[in-house]
Design a protein around this ligand. Structure first.
Ligand code: ADP
Ligand code: ZN
Ligand code: ZN
Length: 809
């Protein structure tokens, strides 16, 4: 029996970011396993904290008296071996606390300070029912936490499958039950009851016959009613007469309301692959069969049949007895893909949806953990799904920035996927029409295996794209959100009863200056990055190097006075559209109209049923939508993205325009696209117009090379914050000095500068961006800085480190 346990405690500081050794009291010996949560005393005094057991019986060099573990919270591990090893790696590579990484992997229900309720789900002997449960069928674990004998007994019951444990939080999420019935009497006893029935009691007579067929079983009352045609009242009478009892039956909540019915209907059959798809499937299957953790880049335009490749390789993994994990950027935006996976694999699929309630999410997690669900589809955090024996991991739209978490732990799902691929000896497939520069560059260097789908399955050409020069429009017709050409085309669609999608490009933060006459955006002379408007100081600032200049009153390029703040809201655009095309029915989709749960899907459904002619929305409409009646896509302001102070601005614009263009002409009707811009000659816009990824890639790589950005350099962003601006700045200068002394000579520091959104949640933020090619000491140096800034001299300063940041604002 183990005597010592290593525990990661829930005290998130650098100083406590390592396992502590605890003594296992003999009463808990049997329950302590690696991966369970425990309650332990911590520090001096009587404080207790939660923790995770990460190892047993490792020698310790601590020679003081070891404290004993107080209680075990779980009857079976909530973190398996693989995820435990992964959590350690995650903490190390994302500069975060091990404890935060462990919590990140669990469903919310297991994270919150929940109460734990033990419930009886099968017969237990009377003594136990009386002694432990006091005649009721549930028990709050907190009341027995410090009674090892009882815990030990519960542990046995759990092993025997007689009890289950629920985690309850405020929303009362818990294991969900429905009412079941269970005969109390045996066959003969029931027969005896029949003799005492009134001759006219036909229903009760039938009930007895039915109960005789289900002795020893528990049946959902709904099913029993359905089978017998008897009413609930009859069952209630049976209960009163002591023939049957009612018991709760554990069921899973049904997030999409379809799992149960899925296997009853026909599942979709695999499609006959075209040669390019076949080649891709063969190569990936080879890796699955050979347990080869290779990374594939599956590049193919929208409609080239990538999803079919995913589905058939998943099928192969399942056939080999393995499991499969598929990530999509945001599930609510890609309902069509999810339902395709479900129609192919039925109830084997678990969906980890961002809008699931905590209870639903926990149910899906349990189905995965118990091996009942063997295919998981989900957004970023689903990368931690406790699937065992993974055979393939897929990231659809691998270039999406939502795969990177922008709070601690700042992990990138792509990197975690590769880690799990290695651990499980399974291939990783990165799919995209517009791969990230990083991934494509790796494919060229043969680090990734490139698989190309060059043609659309239906041989439909990609839609033609018209670029409208808004500078000319403004000169001729005055300022408007709609060009003449776009208006004409919208009107034509109305005549033909076809639909249109309009996208207003909005990134949360877009306060930059642009000239309406020449399209020029004010840029930093040092960094070639847009300057950002700061109303507090009335200046334009560069957030990379700190360069600052006054707000211009005329365009430095063409001397026009029409240089101004750029940015407009969907609501304003909707109003204008109503005036211009009064007969058009419009659905507006933005954060405001989709705040309520289910609204997003509802609006899409309405649009799909042609209850509106125009879908007007932000980027959230760019992805995954497939409406056969949509023949026109308009982008109102392609420049928003370009003006952002971010070296990835062009890449994001190109991706977005390519993606939204793919929404037009999906079925047999030819589609077209109109892109309005003040920068018609910009290469990101021209290359998107020509559907030319390769040209964009080459041009953008040349610029990145010149300016020293990824993928030629690695970047790390270090941020410090404090409630007082002067203190934040002071801390940052100290950190800067420490960095400067420790980095390799070739490493470059940008900053310190205030962040674009310098003040958030009552704190001021400063940042430094570190660019490096090779700096083996940097990792340790950054950890040392984290450590040092938690000690004296840095009161109230918070420091965070973001490896490979996706945004620099
Ligand atoms: P992508 O994921 O690359 O956008 P999809 O896999 O969604 O492409 O394929 C586009 C359309 O073509 C879908 O409607 C899909 O059912 C169909 N499709 C894909 N592969 C084939 C095939 N081999 N034969 C017939 N239809 C196919
Ligand atoms: Zn100008
Ligand atoms: Zn600059």
């Amino acid at each position: 029996m183990p005597e010592l346990a290593q525990v990661i405690v829930d005290v998130p500081t650098m100083q406590t970011n390592q396992p502590y050794t605890y003594q296992i009291p003999s009463t808990l010996e049997k329950q302590i396993q690696v991966g369970v949560r425990v309650v332990v005393p911590f520090g001096n005094g009587s404080r207790t904290v939660q923790g995770f057991v990460v190892a047993l019986d490792q020698p310790t060099d601590y020679d003081g008296k070891l404290k004993p573990i107080k209680a075990v919270m779980d009857l079976r591990p909530v973190i398996n071996k693989e995820l435990l090893v992964l959590s350690k790696w995650l903490a190390d590579t994302t500069y975060s606390f091990w404890i935060s990484c462990l919590y990140t992997m669990l469903p919310n229900l297991l994270k919150a300070k929940t109460s734990r309720i033990i419930r009886i789900i099968d017969d237990v002997d009377e003594q136990v029912a009386f002694d432990i449960f006091h005649g009721r069928d549930e028990l709050d674990m907190a009341t027995v936490q410090d009674k090892p004998a009882i815990i030990s007994k519960l542990f046995q019951l759990q092993r025997a499958g007689k009890i289950t444990i629920d985690y309850r939080v405020e929303d009362r999420a818990r294991v969900k039950t429905v009412t079941g019935i269970k005969p109390i009497l045996n066959f003969e006893q029931l027969e005896e009851q029949r003799t005492s029935l009134h001759p006219n009691a036909h229903a009760q007579n039938r009930l007895i016959s039915y109960l005789q067929t289900i002795t020893g079983q528990v049946v959902k009352i709904k099913d029993a009613e359905h089978v017998t045609g008897l009413k609930t009242g009859t069952f209630n009478q049976g209960q009163k007469k002591g023939w049957l009892e009612k018991v709760p039956i554990e069921v899973y909540r049904n997030p999409l309301g379809m799992q149960a019915s899925l296997d009853n209907q026909h599942l979709d059959s695999p499609l006959h692959l075209n040669p390019e798809q076949q080649h891709a499937v063969d190569e990936i299957n080879k890796a699955i069969d050979n347990h080869d953790p290779e990374t594939f880049l599956l590049q193919g335009v929208t409609g080239s049949g990538k999803t079919e490749v995913y589905l058939q390789t998943i099928a192969n993994a399942l056939k080999q007895g393995k499991t499969a994990l598929m990530l999509v950027p945001e599930i609510s935006l890609t309902p069509q893909i999810v339902s395709r996976v479900q129609r192919r694999f039925g109830s084997k699929v678990a969906v980890l949806h961002s809008s699931l309630s905590n209870g639903e999410r926990y149910d899906e997690w349990r189905r995965i953990e118990r091996g009942e669900a063997r295919v998981v589809v989900g957004a970023r955090s689903a990368i931690f799904a406790p699937l065992k024996n993974l055979g393939i991991i897929i990231l659809d739209e691998e270039h999406e920035s939502s795969y990177k978490q922008d709070e601690a732990p700042r992990y990138h799902a792509r990197e975690v996927a590769k880690w799990r691929g290695k651990y499980n000896h399974a291939p990783v497939v990165l799919g995209s029409a517009t791969p990230s520069l990083e991934s494509r560059a790796r494919a060229i260097k043969k680090v990734y295996h490139l698989l190309h789908l060059r043609h659309r399955v239906n041989q439909q050409p990609l839609p033609p794209i018209e670029i409208v020069d808004m500078r000319e429009e403004v000169k001729k017709y005055g300022e408007s959100n709609f060009s003449q050409s776009l208006l004409r085309k919208l009107d034509q669609r109305l005549q033909k009863r076809e639909q249109s999608i309009l996208m207003l490009n909005r990134r949360g933060f877009s306060s930059f200056m642009m000239c309406r006459d020449c399209g020029a955006v004010l840029k930093c002379p040092n960094c070639d990055i847009s300057l950002t408007l700061h109303m507090d100081t009335h200046t334009m600032k560069c957030h990379y190097c700190g360069h600052e200049e006054p707000i211009p009153y005329e365009c430095p390029n063409c001397h026009s006075r029409k240089i101004r703040y750029y940015g407009t809201g969907t609501e304003k655009v909707e109003q204008e559209l109503h005036q211009l095309l009064p007969q058009a029915r419009i659905i507006r989709m933005d954060v405001d109209t989709t705040k309520r749960k289910g609204m997003h899907a509802k609006l899409l459904r309405q649009f799909g049923q042609h209850q509106a002619d125009i879908l007007l929305g932000t980027q959230m409409i760019a992805k995954g939508l497939d409406f056969p009646n949509v023949t026109l896509v308009g982008v109102l302001n392609a420049d928003t993205g370009l003006g952002l102070p971010d070296f990835r601005a062009s890449e994001r614009t190109f991706d977005l325009l390519s993606q939204v263009s793919g929404r037009a002409g999906r079925a047999n009707k030819q589609g077209e696209v109109v892109i309005q811009t003040y920068n018609p000659d910009h290469y990101a816009i021209q290359d998107a117009k020509n559907h030319n990824y390769d040209q964009f890639f080459n041009q953008e790589m040349a610029l990145r090379h010149q300016a020293g950005y990824p993928p030629y350099y690695y970047t790390v962003r270090l941020m410090a914050s404090h409630p007082e601006e002067a203190q934040a700045a002071k801390a940052m200068v100290r950190i800067y000095e420490q960095l400067r002394r420790g980095i390799a000579p070739s490493t470059i520091l940008l900053g310190p500068t205030p962040r674009a959104i310098a003040r958030m949640k009552r704190r001021y933020y400063y940042q430094i961006v570190i660019k490096y090619k090779k700096d083996p000491q940097l990792h340790n140096l950054l950890f040392k800085i984290l450590h040092d800034t938690q000690s004296h001299g840095y009161k109230d300063v918070q420091v965070s480190i973001d490896p490979d940041p996706q945004y620099f604002m």
